[in-house]
Design a protein around this ligand. Sequence first.
Ligand SMILES: Cc1cc2nc3c(=O)[nH]c(=O)nc-3n(C[C@H](O)[C@H](O)[C@H](O)COP(=O)(O)O)c2cc1C
Length: 354
Amino acid sequence: MKSNKSLHTILPSKYPIIQAPMFGVTTPEMVAAANRANCLGSLALGDLNADKCIEQIRKTKELTDQAFIANIFVHQLPEVNHDLIEHYNTTKLYIEQLAKEHHLDVKIPEFEEIKLNSYHEQIDAIIAENCKIVSFTFGNLDDDSIHKLKANDILTIGTCTSLEEALLLEKSGIDILNIQGWEAGGHRGSFKDHDIPKIGGLALLNTIKEHVQNPLIYSGGVTNARIISAVKKMGADGFQIGSLLLNSEESALHEFEKNKLSSIKEDDIVLTKSFSGRYARGIKNTFIEKVEQSNYILPYPYQNKLTNELRKVAKLNKNSEFTSNWIGQSIPKLSRESTTTILNNLINEIETFD
Ligand SMILES: Cc1cc2nc3c(=O)[nH]c(=O)nc-3n(C[C@H](O)[C@H](O)[C@H](O)COP(=O)(O)O)c2cc1C
């Protein structure tokens, strides 16, 4: 463990500001643009297979000479049994019917056709591509993976949503902890997918700071210098910026999705398992309302695989009632400028704030 070192001395970027990994939103262009602002970009690799990870990493390397974070999902697969397969089949029928009622022509794959990737192949790809920083969410890496990463001198950043998770990461030798407050947009990084901790960012940072020596990154609602100043005083060493960049020039979101995000109100934002089987924070829509009232939610990653085609078809049809529109509780003013400009503006604000 690298105890009590400031993030500055560990991370290669000039400012301890990290562009959050946002699978489906982050692009290699966004990572390079964050690096151009002297921040640290994160490439979201989600649960992509090794070949796709390599493709994304190489694309990013063509755009930036600086180091960036490779981010992966570390989840446990549920046991496959008769009940799971039956639940999949009934959920498939329900969602195909729901899509049809809303004029979306969706063909969901059969259970046997689903391909699941393990994070182990991603780690091998990341090592082979000579990435130097890995962050992860949804759980902890196994000992073999941690050992492999350390042997290759790769810095590890684990996401935690409770003190218990923070202590587990610390104990297994993870270098830096990413504290994800309840406010954060997108998926909860909790180690389990039910009865998850629901701890606000400041309470969580305060508790973890008292018990853990590792450098701490704070995520969730970081949108301006005021919050950065506050969490810095409380002991955060780095700041992860997610929702603020959703509508940036380099975001993969389509125009209709950016427009939707620009017009939301506080009570439009909900936590839902309906799209992926894991809790995530975003804008409520018809899909969430219908599925939350039903029994048709499978454990992650099966629900995610099952709704994948629906989300794709809804995107093509510019129908945000059936896409997942993740965003955090802070609802920042969403700029269409480049990630570099948004982060440069934030840095200027920080420098004049205190
Ligand atoms: C659209 C979206 C996608 C996300 N995808 C990921 C991801 O792939 N990996 C990850 O570790 N966190 C992911 N997150 C969480 C962010 O990395 C970050 O913790 C969160 O955005 C911080 O809260 P904020 O949105 O209030 O800034 C995602 C968040 C959003 C909004």
